[in-house]
Structure formats: C-alpha cells, structure tokens
Design a binder for this molecule. Structure first.
Ligand code: HEC
Ligand code: HEC
Length: 379
C-alpha cells in the first residue's frame, strides 16, 4: 500500500517546510512530555511498533497525568460533572458549561460562535441571545493532554482555565466567589465538596470549583477510535478508503501540525485571515497575528462549524481549505477533490470515539433546570 516511513524528525522537516525551524522544538517538547516518559533514559525505550503500516512514526496514545495538587478521585469527578451541567455557575441561573460544551455536539455547541447568559433555545443551531462569544467553542475532548488552552493558548492548565468562563461577560458572567457563596447554601453540594476535598475547613472555594471541573474534564478521553484499534493490530478497523485518506493526510502535510495520535499540537499557525489577533495577544509578536493553536481533529464529525471563527460548516470544505493552504505553504502536496473526500472520510470515521461521553444528569443539586439539549442529529 506504499506507506512512506520516515523518522519523526525528518518527517517534521518535510511536513513543515518554512515553519520547521519555528515550530519543531516546541512540538517535540510538548509531545514527548506526555507520551514517552521513559524513553530518555536509554534503558526502557517504548515497545517497538508492530501494527499495520502507518505513514508516520508510531506514538502511543498518552496516559492521563493528574497535576500533583489535583489528584483525581471518583468523588471529585462526580462533583465536577454536576457543576459542569449546573446553571448555578451562571448569572442568569440558566446557562452552564454544557450550554456551550455539550456531549450532543462533540463537547462543543454546533454554533458558529457561542451564545451565553440570557440566551434562548437549547444548545445547537437556532440558539440565540444578546451575549455572543467572539470565537467558536472548542471541543474539550482530550483536553486532559493539553498544556495550553483557548485558541490563543492564554491559559496554562485546565484548573486555570475553568473559572474564566464565569468571569467572561458573554459566557456565564458570575464572580467565582459569588458562585461559591451560592453553592455553600446547597446541602448536597456541601456534602459532595467535603468528600471531594477531605480535611479542608471550607472546601467550597473558587479554586476547588475549578479543580473539580478540571478532574471531570480529564475523563473526556477518546482513545478508542477505529484508528486506535488499527494501530493496536486490528487491520479491519479501517476500510481501504480510510487507509488511503490516512496516507493522503500525511502526504498533504497535515500530520506535521495535527500530530498523531492526538491529531493536534501546541503549535500556533495562521491559516486564514481574520480580524482576531489570535496568538499575538499573548506573545505580543506581530508574527503571531491571526495565529491560533492547532486544534484536535479527533471527534471532528461532531464539532463543527470549524476554525476559530466557525467560518466553515462542512468538514470536506474545511479539509479542502487546509489542503490548499498547506500546499501553498509548501507543507505538502496539492490534493484533488476526490482526495480531499478521502481525507475527510478518514477524519470523520477513523478518529471518532464517544465511548467516554458523559451522561447528562436529569437533575443537579441546585434544583435548577439542566440546560436543554435533547436532540442528537444523526451525522
Ligand atoms: C457561552 C459559551 C461557553 C460557556 C458557557 C463555556 N464555554 Fe468553554 N469555551 C467557549 C469558547 C467560545 C471557547 C474558546 C474561547 C477562546 O479561545 O477565546 C471555550 C474554550 C474552553 C476550553 C479550552 C479548550 C481548549 O482546547 O483549549 C475549555 C477547557 C473550556 N472552554 C471549558 C469550559 C468550562 C469548564 C465551562 C464552565 C465553567 C465553560 N467552558 C463554559 C465557550 C463557552
Ligand atoms: C502549519 C500547521 C498546520 C498544517 C500543516 C495543517 N493545519 Fe489544520 N489547522 C491548523 C490551525 C492552526 C488551525 C486553526 C486555524 C484557525 O482556526 O484559524 C487548523 C484547523 C484545521 C481544521 C478545523 C478544525 C476545527 O476544529 O475547527 C481542520 C479540519 C484542519 N485544520 C485540517 C487540516 C488538514 C486536513 C491538513 C492537511 C491538508 C491541515 N489541517 C494542515 C494548523 C495546521
């Protein structure tokens, strides 16, 4: 089947072209920190890969590593899940994290940009309201493995990220300490915080709200997609067309930024022009204008519209656009429309896994209505 093999480093040079020097160092640090803890000591290297051929050097799917100051527990994850779906964390007591990160929409919301407090209608197209975000809601699938969050990478951990939506006026618009005050009045939460943070005199503080949310988010791992079964040795897990799509994904230079096995990276690149400063707002570097973090392509079938501003609705169109940009940057070869369809098929089918999708609670401890999202559209 003509899979091309090259060691990681030279592949990256080939795939990146002009961008190689700027990006290569960052990728390798980020990916190796998560993936190969023991490969540096020279004694216990990773197991040799013996699955079917793949067009890049094999890397195992990383394990979730909790931060030292926020070890996970069932109590913490259970609490985080309820907080995630509970509109108690919003000014209008109607909006929750799940309003914009719904399991029905690939942990995103199906909208071009999101609608926060005072909005009307269930999550998904048709939801309207006065408070809109400027960017497309990111999926939080596999957020456990990220070390830089938001499209511009301004938050450095899930714990640091978790209270930002409360502080954001167009999102939840509630002072985190007011959220804590509200929660202290709810006996079920008092008990759950005691269990999740044993021995703390007053566990209901903003920092622990963030920790519980982060512990819950770390359970959203999609490591059982057909691609994962294929590299584990199940050759029938991918169809011939999906395998062709995978090879084209490499030939077009996509894997240099959307790096397997997570199909994302802590890279920032300008793909489409927009009025959004992007990464420049964080670094102050004019070269980072319009540059955004490389998003994951896992579970992409459900996370559209695509790009930081939700400008592209159809996945095939998004692949076509990226293939065009990649070819013009010398990152890979030009794809025909038929080839674009094969790449899109690979992304849609081979990278899809929602086996660890959270269950939407029927009720939350505040007694407030869980935000609505009753519909899963077959896609
Ligand atoms: C009104 C919609 C809205 C609500 C409510 C909301 N988010 Fe988000 N979320 C977004 C948008 C939009 C982004 C991207 C923002 C950016 O890049 O500037 C985002 C980004 C994130 C990210 C970063 C993901 C990544 O890959 O970098 C995480 C994690 C996250 N949200 C978790 C949460 C949690 C936890 C809550 C509840 C406390 C929440 N969100 C509430 C819309 C929302
Ligand atoms: C130089 C790095 C780089 C290369 C090479 C690259 N991408 Fe991307 N890709 C990005 C970045 C950065 C974004 C987000 C850009 C934005 O939103 O403005 C993105 C966005 C996407 C999206 C939208 C995802 C979403 O959730 O919104 C898709 C789909 C995509 N790329 C597919 C591909 C394919 C297919 C290829 C190969 C033809 C490719 N990319 C090559 C960096 C890259």
């Amino acid at each position: 089947m003509g899979g091309v093999f090259f060691p990681r480093a030279s592949f990256r040079l080939r795939a990146f072209g002009w961008a190689a020097l700027r990006f290569a160092a960052v990728v390798s640090t980020a990916m190796s920190a998560a993936a190969c803890e023991s490969s540096d000591d020279g004694e216990t290297g990773p197991e040799p890969y013996d699955g079917p051929p793949i067009p890049w050097a094999y890397e195992p799917f990383p394990a979730v590593v909790d931060p030292i100051d926020n070890p996970s527990s069932d109590a913490k994850v259970g609490l985080g899940r309820l907080l995630f779906y509970d509109p108690i964390l919003s000014r209008d007591k109607l909006t929750a994290c799940a309003t914009c990160h719904s399991e029905q929409w690939g942990m995103s919301d199906g909208l071009v940009v999101s609608v926060g407090v005072d909005g009307e209608g269930p999550t998904g197209p048709g939801r309207t309201g006065p408070n809109m975000t400027t960017r497309n809601a990111q999926t939080i699938w596999n957020a456990a493995f990220r070390s830089e969050f938001f499209w511009d990478g301004r938050a450095k951990s899930l714990e640091a990220q978790a209270l930002e939506p409360l502080k954001a006026e167009p999102e939840l618009d509630l002072d985190p300490s007011d959220a804590a005050t509200r929660i202290r009045e709810i006996p079920e939460y008092v008990e759950m915080f005691d269990e999740a943070f044993p021995g703390e005199a007053q566990p209901i503080v903003p920092e622990n709200i963030a920790k519980a949310l982060a512990a819950f988010e770390r359970t959203l791992v999609s490591s059982r997609a057909p691609y994962d079964r294929y590299v584990a040795g199940d050759e029938g897990a991918l169809s011939d067309e999906q395998i062709q799509g995978m090879e084209l994904f490499a030939e077009a230079g996509c894997a240099g930024c959307h790096v397997p096995p997570l199909f994302e990276s802590n890279e920032y690149a300008m793909r489409v022009e927009s009025s959004d400063d992007g990464r420049m707002a964080v670094t102050g570097e004019p070269a980072d204008a319009n540059a955004f973090r490389v998003p994951t392509l896992r579970n992409l079938r459900e996370t559209g519209p695509f790009f930081h501003d939700g400008r592209v609705v159809d996945l095939n169109d998004a692949v076509w656009l990226e293939a065009d940009v990649a070819a013009s940057h010398g990152e890979g070869r030009v794809l025909t429309w038929d080839e674009v369809d094969l790449v899109a098929l690979f992304l849609r089918k081979a990278l899809m896994d929602r086996s660890k999708e959270p269950d939407r609670p029927d009720e939350v401890p505040s007694g407030l209505p869980v935000p609505e999202d009753g519909l899963r559209i077959p896609r």
